[in-house]
Design a protein around this ligand. Structure first.
Ligand SMILES: C[S@@+](CC[C@H](N)C(=O)[O-])C[C@H]1O[C@@H](n2cnc3c(N)ncnc32)[C@H](O)[C@@H]1O
Length: 456
């Protein structure tokens, strides 16, 4: 592909998701439908496409400023973002636009009057200062500078006491982590195997099962991966599963199991012994767990979609489980660095709706916990409304549950220095180098306290 055709491809993708589509889905559809696009071209197109989402707030700010367009006018059109990116990230000169934007072949069409004005104004600024115009500008508000949605600035800034580095870390590239499958050996032995298979790996900092991989090697063909010796899982997600403290022989349910990321970790912790249910409202997601479970050599997992024909089965399971993990649907604030488009798709109304849903799910899942058993609530959100506030609301309605400080479980189960000072665990990309995660462990009291008799 010519460089201009690659640009047009990235622009096509950007236009595709401008109506609310999901970036990963759009990219895989695009490349699946165009198998003739080679690996190098795919990489270049993806870098531009995902890079644009990491620079989007700043690019929009520039477009609005140069076109004297109020921010309330809504999102800037993809082509304007794109042209701004060529000007500020790649320092294009007008001749490059003339050469590449002419609508011939697969090249983008010629610049409109407004687009030409963006180019002219940046050229004028360069002449004025005698230097390229940087993407960052001192007049940018915090949320633009750190590339988070405007609505999230207040709750996130207050959570991090204004520490800008915490906010900026939400826009960095995430590391590639693996979880070693303890059913297949020790971390030392597996690290040696991965090195022998050509990976550059180091032990994770927090989870005794974590391995950090340097670079972005393709893992699909790696023998250790195909043999189920390792699974791709962020170190933070591994820690959530460890804090569930599932033991061999127990009855455990992964209530929002999705495609089984944490189910796999729970199964390994249980050494394949006991009963492990993977449930979810999505049958399709549960279906995606099948290959992963088989590859990992897990055989104590039963998949059960919630509702429908299973509704009465779930009713009969009330009070039977030692561990119920609720890895709740959430805003994904903690994974924005991995999915940079996600933050531009959700708003405060979505968060309010999710909060409501989390409370409902917690209430339903709690019924399954046996006296003395535990309910583990986790999200990959950093927002207190989805975390502490959801736990507080649950505890207010369920006096038969109490908080188990994660520090106590960590000491026994994880053994590295515990990063959580309080009763709950909150991991952040900046402080811990993991995705952002929240975990609370709640125990159902062994016997209901009899009500205090009233004095007559
Ligand atoms: C954060 S994801 C789970 C990720 C998964 N545990 C993992 O580690 O790969 C949340 C899941 O909750 C599911 N979900 C949404 N609403 C639900 C509900 N009312 N009850 C149970 N699961 C629900 C979603 O389908 C989604 O798979």
């Amino acid at each position: 592909m010519t460089p201009a055709a690659r640009l047009q491809a990235a622009l096509d993708l950007l236009e595709d998701i401008s109506q609310g589509g999901v970036a990963d889905a759009a990219a895989s559809r695009y490349f699946r439908d165009r198998r003739y696009i080679g690996a190098k071209d795919r990489t270049a197109i993806s870098e531009r496409f995902y890079g644009l989402m990491r620079r989007r707030a700043r690019l929009e700010w520039w477009v609005n400023r140069l076109l004297a367009r109020p921010a309330e006018a809504g999102p800037v059109v993809p082509r304007h973002l794109f042209i701004m990116d060529m000007l500020l990230t790649d320092a294009w000169i007008p001749e490059q636009f003339e050469k590449n934007f002419d609508g011939e072949g697969h090249r983008p069409h010629a610049l409109s009057r407004a687009e030409r004005s963006l180019v002219d104004q940046i050229v004028a600024l360069r002449t004025e200062t005698g230097a390229p115009v940087p993407l960052d500008h001192p007049d940018m508000p915090l949320w633009v500078r750190v590339e988070i949605p405007q609505w999230s600035e207040a709750p996130l800034s207050s959570l991090f006491n204004g520490d800008e580095a915490e906010l900026a870390a939400l826009n960095t590239n995430a590391a590639l982590d693996l979880r070693i499958n303890a059913l297949h050996g020790t971390r030392e032995a597996i690290l040696a195997r991965l090195t022998a298979e050509g990976l550059r790996v180091t032990p994770g900092e927090w989870s005794p099962l974590a391995v950090r991989v340097e670079g972005r090697p393709a893992l699909g063909a790696l023998p250790a991966f195909r043999d189920g010796v390792v699974e791709i899982q962020d170190e933070g997600s591994q820690l959530v599963a460890l804090l569930a403290d599932a033991k061999p022989g127990q009855w455990v349910i992964d209530y929002c199991a999705g495609a089984g990321g944490k189910t796999l970790a729970l199964a390994a912790d249980m050494a394949n012994k006991g009963r492990l249910i993977a449930s979810d409202i999505s049958v399709q997601r549960l279906e995606r767990a099948v290959t992963r479970l088989r590859r990992a050599g897990v055989h104590n997992v039963e998949r059960r979609a919630l509702g429908g024909e299973n509704a009465s089965w779930f009713k009969r399971q009330a009070g039977k489980f030692d561990r119920v993990l609720v890895d709740a649907p959430c805003s994904g604030t903690g994974t924005w660095r991995r999915n940079p488009d996600m933050k531009w798709r959700i708003g405060p109304d979505d968060v309010a709706e999710l909060t409501q849903k989390q409370r409902e799910i917690l209430g339903n899942a709690a019924k399954l916990v046996k006296p003395g058993g535990r309910l583990i609530y986790a999200t990959c959100s950093l927002l207190p409304d989805e975390n502490e506030a959801s736990v507080d609301a649950f505890l207010a309605d369920h006096p038969d549950f109490e908080v188990v400080p994660v520090t106590a479980i960590w000491a026994e189960k994880v053994a590295t220095p515990c990063p959580a000072p309080g009763p709950y665990l909150r991991l952040t990309p900046h402080r811990h180098g993991t995705d952002g995660f929240f975990t609370a462990v709640l125990a159902r009291r062994a016997a209901a306290t009899p009500p205090t008799p009233r004095e007559e």
